[in-house]
Design a protein around this ligand. Structure first.
Ligand SMILES: [Zn+2]
Ligand SMILES: [Zn+2]
Length: 262
């Protein structure tokens, strides 16, 4: 399975480094070119032709940094698609998109245009714990512990599997389910704030490096790659330093514009 990180941070930012400017973008991951996992960053990283290859979009939750690429993607491809893109998520996310974003005030209702019979987007409500097949990839949404209804995902094909935390604080079911998958090869674990901001992490239900270490222990797999992502760019260096201090085997910080093959 190919995983292309279009964006993998907890916000957008331009960082000035000694090597030059370094952009950070919100989370969007393109799987095998056709399945998009979260839609924070989409169209700014893909050609029109690549945008038109997307057949399914799975969303972890409604927070803006995970959906903000969706309106402009729909706008770009609206007149060019013969079949709608399926947007799949738990009902709270689907209803929130339709009520708060594609409501004709904030943005046109791409769930009913160009025509109600053949819209740009169509929705699919997911039940946590059920297995779905999108673009030949099996996806299982599992509820996690965030400030709004949210899921992580277990994503697998015949040869490989990974677990994606979405945005979460301390959670259990996702790691216990992932632990049991024999061909699990990678885990993507959010890590938003440095340890010094643990109170903000608790209130906003995100992880710090110390909390990430606890979640990794629950996952209890020493044979897979671990990728920390969703770092808040303002604290990137501090978080990376604290993650390195943990000395967790297989743990690295995900960089965007990379394609992983797992
Ligand atoms: Zn987020
Ligand atoms: Zn969130």
């Amino acid at each position: 399975m190919n995983i292309r990180a279009l964006g993998c941070y907890g916000s957008d930012a331009l960082l000035q480094r000694t090597t030059g400017p370094h952009t950070c973008n919100t989370c969007g991951f393109l799987l095998n070119g056709t399945l998009l996992l979260d839609a924070g960053t989409v169209a700014t990283k893909l050609s029109f032709n690549e945008q038109k290859q997307i057949r399914h979009i799975i969303l972890s939750h409604l927070h803006f940094d995970h959906i903000k690429g969706l309106p402009t993607l729909a706008d770009n491809i609206s007149e060019q698609m013969s079949t709608p893109i399926v947007v799949a998520a738990i009902p709270e996310v689907i209803h929130g998109l339709q009520r708060h974003i594609f409501n004709t005030d904030v943005y046109p209702d791409f769930f009913s245009i160009p025509t109600p019979e053949q819209p740009t987007l169509t929705s699919s409500c997911l039940k946590p714990g059920h297995v779905y097949s999108f673009s030949g990839i099996e996806v299982t949404p599992i509820l996690v512990n965030h400030t709004v209804p949210s899921t992580g995902f277990i994503v697998q094909d015949r040869s490989s599997a990974f677990v994606y935390s979405g945005d979460t604080y301390s959670t259990d079911e996702l790691w216990h389910e992932a632990h049991r998958i024999p061909h699990l090869t990678a885990a993507f674990i959010e890590c938003s704030f440095p340890n010094s901001m643990s109170e903000l992490a608790r209130m906003s239900k995100h992880l710090t490096p110390a909390l990430l270490a606890q979640e990794v222990r629950k996952l209890d797999r020493d044979d897979i790659s671990l990728y920390a992502y969703h770092l808040k760019p303002a604290y990137k260096d501090e978080i990376i330093h604290e993650l390195r201090e943990l000395h967790i085997p297989g743990l690295e910080v995900l960089e965007e514009d990379h394609t992983l093959t797992i």
